[in-house]
Design a protein around this ligand. Structure first.
Ligand SMILES: Cc1cc2nc3c(=O)[nH]c(=O)nc-3n(C[C@H](O)[C@H](O)[C@H](O)COP(=O)(O)OP(=O)(O)OC[C@H]3O[C@@H](n4cnc5c(N)ncnc54)[C@H](O)[C@@H]3O)c2cc1C
Length: 292
């Protein structure tokens, strides 16, 4: 399918992009990697009159460390996150997640910011950013604001971003020593999207007790979420296989599992339990230093 005709601009600054977005309102759409927006345009499910390409704006892409945070530009591609030595060392959950997104072409063009804003209920990034307690920085006409990932996802394809705002960066804490993480998913064979995906991050103390933990789920229900009940059951305790299994058995409680041609609600809930248990066990093993 061919999209409806549209105008295209490629601003050189963030201010210019924000002005264009404010001036054209709902008629305009921001363009990052185009791997979610262009399929929608080709299906005529989105018909923007103007595309504002963000790719020429300096500073919107890249990975750096600022004190105890990793700062990721919104236009950083999945592949950049997959292959960055800094990410592998200081926040391996991000490279573990990036490497299972789509295929090589998708990872080369698609961006973390575009994925978080698009908020597909089966996208991979939301699970990892939730597990890491990440923060999203948004620039708009009223200035810069910061939102916790947990407050950002509101529903399928719906987030807390305002129409005239641009996501500029994502911040996650540096993972210090004795941390472990894992991202596991059952992927749709055609696209790679998660039928269910579970991201687990944790830190263990010298006595082997879990000092901190984040577990993010995608694909199970209409919006990604943090499995707070599972985390609470494990925080402060020794991570025995029995306790991990028991806590994982509650991961789907209170959720309303999706049901579609890919999987029934029961199967999704089952996958969530199995992958939660496996992801936490793998993260605990890595935090113990046996498999960095
Ligand atoms: C064949 C295929 C397989 C895929 N498989 C997977 C998979 O396995 N897992 C997965 O998670 N995803 C998958 N995807 C989706 C892919 O990861 C997309 O790249 C991603 O969802 C969107 O990123 P993008 O940079 O392409 O955004 P775009 O398509 O350019 O934009 C998406 C939306 O975000 C808005 N936007 C983009 N950047 C910003 C910004 N900085 N501020 C505000 N708004 C912004 C756009 O206006 C648009 O509404 C797949 C896509 C395809 C085509």
């Amino acid at each position: 399918m061919i999209p409806a005709s549209f105008d295209y601009i490629a601003p050189a600054t963030l201010d210019e992009a924000m002005r264009a977005l404010a001036a054209h309102g709902e008629e305009a759409k921001l363009l990052a990697g185009g791997h979610s927006l262009l399929p929608l345009m080709k299906l005529r499910l989105a018909n923007p009159k103007l595309l504002i390409d963000l790719s020429r704006i300096p500073g919107l892409s890249g990975i750096s460390q600022q004190n105890d945070k990793i700062v990721i530009g919104a236009l950083t591609t999945h592949y950049q996150l997959e292959s960055s030595p800094l990410i592998k060392k200081l926040s391996p959950l991000l490279s573990q997640t990036a490497r299972v997104i789509g295929d090589v072409q998708v990872r080369n063009r698609g961006t973390i910011g575009g994925s978080l804003i698009h908020a597909d209920p089966c996208a991979d990034w939301p699970a990892a950013i939730l597990a890491l307690n990440g923060e999203l920085r948004l620039s708009g006409p009223k200035g810069l604001r910061s939102l916790a990932a947990e407050d950002f996802f509101l529903g399928p394809l719906t987030t807390a971003i305002e129409p005239a705002e641009i996501l500029t960066e994502i911040r996650v804490p540096v993972s210090p020593r004795r941390c472990g993480s894992a991202y596991l998913k059952m992927a749709q064979q055609a696209s790679g999207f998660a039928i269910v995906g579970v991201a687990a991050w944790l830190r263990v103390g010298r006595q082997g007790r879990c000092e901190d933990i984040g577990v993010g789920l995608t694909g199970l229900s209409a919006k990604p979420f943090r499995a707070r009940a599972v985390e609470e059951r494990l925080r402060g305790n020794k991570l025995t296989p029995k306790l991990i299994e028991a806590s994982a058995s509650e991961v789907a409680a209170g959720s309303d599992p999706l049901e579609d041609l890919h999987a029934s609600a029961e199967y999704r809930a089952h996958l969530a339990r199995v992958f939660t248990s496996r992801a936490i066990q793998e993260a605990a093993r890595k935090a113990g230093g046996r498999n960095p």
